[in-house]
Design a protein around this ligand. Structure first.
Ligand code: C2E
Ligand code: MG
Ligand code: MG
Ligand code: MG
Length: 284
């Protein structure tokens, strides 16, 4: 049968084509339209100082407000965006929106507020990655020192020499570099002192495993101890309970991020939270 939503763009399906591939084709076409129609949204999740409760930064997390399917999460469309190479355009949009929004907050008085953005492997591998990133920051007049890029260990291990040169250039420009999902990739620890890395983000799977004196806690202890030794900042991801927060605070984990404080939310909600934590902290 024929699917013909929008612009006379017909796609023919044979009976034995799986629902999944039909679904995939319609999603791919929709993703192209999403860029045209500006359906991508950026949500923000606070990164909170474990000691003071102050919001130190926000991580930008992309969402897609699909006209029929509702709000879609990155897991539902990023793999497709990578396959179809729409990821470059998508990422540019996300970065543009985030720089514009967070730039406003920074200029409005939250001068040290950090913006953390996720980069996909394909983006980082692009030969003009560094140049394009810096161009974009300059276009939005976004202060480099307020930006932290998040990459995973697999990106680094893919091509250590190339990556190391790119990260060096970005770090020299003032951009901070974080390793996302730390401890879950295929990596050696060797790169940690060879590359200009500022932050380790402890993966949420390790945080979830903190239960009194569980084995899971051992891994978190080791990561935090290592980060202290290497003078890296630590952000624990996926903090959901008071017990986890207390444990991490006692260990000397600098920042926490997770549902305990706030899920990723639209900018209006985050702006309110920003104003409120400033008030709370000022009152202490
Ligand atoms: P990530 O960068 O590791 O982001 C953390 C994910 O954990 C987010 O999922 C967030 O919503 C979720 N999360 C935060 N706190 C908690 C918690 O307390 N408990 C639990 N269970 N989950 C929590 P999300 O937004 O679905 O994003 C998934 C992944 O998609 C991200 O993982 C990141 O790798 C990728 N991603 C998101 N936005 C972008 C983007 O703009 N560009 C690129 N390249 N990747 C992105
Ligand atoms: Mg991240
Ligand atoms: Mg992560
Ligand atoms: Mg992840």
């Amino acid at each position: 049968h024929v699917k013909d939503k929008g612009k006379g763009d017909y796609r023919f399906f044979t009976e034995n084509m799986s629902i999944d591939s039909a679904n995939r084709l319609s999603l791919e076409r929709d993703l192209r339209l999403a860029l045209e129609r500006d359906e991508l949204r950026v949500y923000y999740q606070p990164q909170v100082c474990a000691q003071s409760g102050r919001i130190i930064g926000v991580e930008a997390l992309v969402r897609w407000q699909h006209p029929e399917r509702g709000l879609l999460y990155p897991g539902e469309f990023l793999p497709l965006a990578e396959e179809t190479r729409l990821i470059d355009e998508l990422s540019e949009r996300v970065l543009a929106k985030a720089c514009e929004q967070v730039g406003q907050w920074i200029r409005g008085g939250h001068t040290d507020l950090r913006l953390a953005v996720n980069l996909s492997p394909l983006q980082v591998e692009h030969p003009r990655f560094v140049e394009r990133l810096i161009q974009q920051l300059e276009a939005f007049d976004f202060p480099a020192g307020n930006l932290e890029i998040e990459i995973t260990e697999n990106v680094i291990m893919n091509d250590l020499d190339q990556i190391s040169q790119k990260l060096r250039e970005l770090a020299d420009y003032g951009i901070r570099i974080a390793i996302d999902d730390f401890g879950t990739g295929y990596s050696s620890l060797n790169y940690l002192h060879r590359l200009p890395i500022h932050t380790l983000k402890v993966d949420q799977s390790f945080v979830r495993d903190i239960r009194n004196s569980d084995d899971g806690a051992c891994i978190v202890n080791a990561i935090v101890a290592m980060a202290h030794g290497l003078k890296l900042e630590i952000v624990a991801e996926g903090v959901e309970t008071d017990a986890q927060l207390h444990y991490l605070r006692k260990l000397g984990c600098h920042q926490v991020q997770g549902f305990f404080y706030s899920p990723p939310r639209p900018s209006e909600a985050i702006y309110l939270a920003l104003q409120q934590t400033e008030l709370k902290v000022a009152a202490v």
